[in-house]
Write a protein that binds this ligand. Structure first.
Ligand code: PAF
Length: 282
């Protein structure tokens, strides 16, 4: 496994693999990898001959006042995890390699898919994600690309973008990986002090509650999100951004638990914004 920093090096390596008839999986990440990323890389390694992991904190998906500067970075640690998980190549570019100073093209998605949920508080986020993921697809030309279900809206947005723009890549969504006590794994968990770490459990507890209500036959989506909201509100360090039930594919709000429903939340624990969700198929 090697780490490269330029588009040219990635293209040369992928070309060599493709000439030999090998399939390529891509795992796009912003680094500071954890068990959640590892599960994506392991799956990609099981389903493809070669795996490229991109490790790039993408500035265009961070809004003003967000954590671009403080986002944790540790390429040495990432390299060790990638090697263990079976990656073949890490693409770790500088910002200047990914974005020309006079770049003026972005991939923007209109409608509810990007306007709802995280799009409300992070209005430019999905434009940055769509742009960098399109660039990575063009650079790596993978057969398959792997994304975590924790970012459920991002997964729905990328699937739609791939459909709309005819990218020749299969998108694979992978399950949420949790700590032993239920907290969904996230690079941002490192921001939490010990009191906040404890408080953050209100997200996974709300997920467990919502899921058990849905599985127990509750059909009213608003009753489910209201019960989850009430549970989170019991935690003094938590401030809710949203707790919502939407169609998992279209991200349109739903009132009934029918079809494939994504029940998603974003909650601030102190200054750290965390997300979690579950999908219920009726
Ligand atoms: O999910 C992430 O880590 C990022 O949004 C992604 C897909 C790597 C794009 O920068």
């Amino acid at each position: 496994m090697k780490t490269v920093k330029t588009v040219e090096e990635v293209r040369a390596q992928v070309k060599e693999w493709k000439i030999s008839g090998l399939t390529v999986g891509l795992v796009p990440t912003m680094g500071f990898l954890h068990e959640g990323h590892k599960s994506l890389i392991t799956r990609a390694a099981a389903e493809n001959d070669r795996v490229v992991v991109s490790d790039f904190v993408n500035p265009t998906q961070f809004g003003e006042g967000e954590d671009l500067e403080s986002y944790p970075r540790d390429i040495k640690r990432d390299e060790a995890l990638c090697l263990e998980a079976g990656a073949s190549l890490i693409f770790h570019p500088e910002v200047s390699e990914m974005y020309f100073p006079d770049a003026c093209t972005m991939v923007d998605m209109r409608g509810e898919l990007t306007a709802e949920l995280c799009g409300k508080t992070r209005p430019i986020h999905f434009r940055g994600v769509c742009t960098v993921v399109s660039k990575l697809f063009n650079i790596v030309t993978p057969d398959r690309a792997y994304f975590g279900q924790k970012d459920a809206q991002q997964l729905a947005v990328i699937k739609r973008m791939v459909r709309d723009l005819n990218f020749g890549v299969e998108i694979v969504g992978c399950p949420i990986i949790r700590e032993a006590d239920g907290l969904a794994k996230s690079s941002r968990n490192t921001y939490l002090d010990s009191q906040e770490r404890q408080a953050a459990l209100c997200l996974s507890k709300a997920v467990a509650l919502g899921k058990s209500m849905a599985e127990g036959g509750e059909k009213n989506a608003e009753k489910i999100t209201a019960a989850m909201t009430a549970l989170i509100k019991e935690e003094p360090l938590a401030k809710i951004d949203y707790v919502k039930a939407v169609n998992a594919e279209t991200i349109k709000p739903v009132t009934e638990m029918s079809g494939e429903v994504l029940v998603a939340m974003a909650v601030y624990i102190g200054k750290t914004r965390l997300i979690d969700n579950f999908i219920f198929k009726a």
